[in-house]
Design a protein around this ligand. Structure first.
Ligand SMILES: Cc1cc2nc3c(=O)[nH]c(=O)nc-3n(C[C@H](O)[C@H](O)[C@H](O)COP(=O)(O)OP(=O)(O)OC[C@H]3O[C@@H](n4cnc5c(N)ncnc54)[C@H](O)[C@@H]3O)c2cc1C
Length: 309
């Protein structure tokens, strides 16, 4: 039996493909155009406009009915989770979100519960779950599985899903550009992030300057967005963006588990904090203990000096 993967042309779907392959032969379902993943068969829904979770779920359900898969997988992105949640709610099926691995019975035979490991509580614990379902729905936590490589030239089957008005009740009407300095937080190689220790919205000026020198994106903690110093789109953490840069510079951030859940994918963390006992030091690769209003401008000045030399 085939495994269906809701696929978009991005790294997250490639990561989900790796996990889905452990369940059987994968066929992709994409909206608008083939996602270009290395699979044998791709189903492409045509005639859909802007993203509408109900419409995507209907498209996916049409392929489910046609293919009768053994499982349905999506990337654990906001879209992937949202579309699978719609399918689960409509069909009264459980959804195991944020899976990171399959259990020993990855290719469980029909009737047997499928076992998976998934991240819970913002990444602070791993849960082993048994899914008792005639059709397991799984999403794959971003950055936890190696992405499948290679380009695909699958046999593409296009179809036009029969949408109802209710499928379009929720749909994207406008895109607001979140990209600062042309660098998106989720994809930045360097992130300069600030917490309560920055002190104010204006205090972020020195972080912006450092980010400019490093071609970095600026992020922040939830305290900062709650205070209105930065927009919610800049928030890193369990309820914000998950980042995986080469370097994450945490300035005046204490390192609450909910914040670390968003930045633990970073290759290196540099903490700048006045408190030598701050919890972030347990996650940091490098630390500078001191006042960020002195340290951040000093780093910027040194970088500028080094580059002009
Ligand atoms: C359900 C839930 C979800 C949450 N989701 C998120 C989330 O997605 N992201 C998130 O960030 N938080 C989240 N939180 C909140 C989280 O628990 C913390 O409250 C928050 O991360 C703390 O932010 P902070 O580190 O900026 O502030 P604080 O914890 O107050 O830390 C400030 C730090 O700044 C340092 N500091 C102060 N002045 C200076 C200075 N001049 N120079 C250098 N260092 C200085 C201090 O030593 C301290 O370590 C969530 C909480 C809950 C309950």
């Amino acid at each position: 039996m085939a495994v269906l993967l809701l696929a978009e042309p991005d790294e997250f779907s490639r990561q989900a493909l790796t996990l889905a392959r452990g369940l059987g032969e994968v066929e992709t379902v994409s909206i608008g155009a083939d996602a270009g993943l290395p699979v044998e068969r791709a189903h492409v829904a045509e005639g859909l406009g802007a993203y509408a979770p109900g419409a995507w779920a209907t498209a996916l359900e049409e392929v489910i009915d046609r293919v009768q898969p053994s499982a349905v997988v999506a990337a654990g992105t906001e879209r992937g989770n949202e579309v699978l949640a719609h399918v689960g709610a409509r069909r009264d099926l459980p959804l195991a979100a944020n899976c990171v691995a399959l259990g020993d019975n990855g290719g469980a035979s029909p009737g047997e519960p499928l076992t998976v490991t998934r991240v819970r509580w913002g990444g602070s614990l791993l849960e082993e779950a048994r899914i008792h379902s005639p059709l397991p729905l799984l999403s794959v936590a971003p950055h936890t599985v190696v992405a499948a490589e290679g380009a695909g030239s699958p046999a593409v089957e296009t179809f036009t899903p029969a949408l109802s008005e209710s499928d379009l009740v929720v749909q994207v009407t406008e895109h607001v550009d979140e990209v600062a300095n042309g660098i998106s937080l989720a994809e930045a190689k360097v992130v300069v992030s600030g917490g309560r220790g920055v002190g104010s919205a204006d205090g972020f000026g020195i972080l912006e300057e450092l980010a400019g020198v490093l071609d970095a994106a600026v992020g922040c903690s939830r305290v900062v967005t709650s205070a209105g110093w930065r927009p919610h789109t800049d928030q890193v953490g369990q309820t914000g963006t998950k980042v995986s840069p080469d370097l994450y510079i945490a300035c005046g951030i204490s390192g609450a588990t909910q914040h670390i859940a968003g930045c633990k994918g970073a290759k290196r963390i540099l903490a700048i904090n006045s408190d030598a006992e701050a919890p972030i030091l347990a996650s940091a690769d490098y630390a500078v203990i001191g006042d960020l209003t002195e340290i951040v401008p000093a780093i910027t000045a040194e970088l500028r000096k080094a580059r002009s030399a």
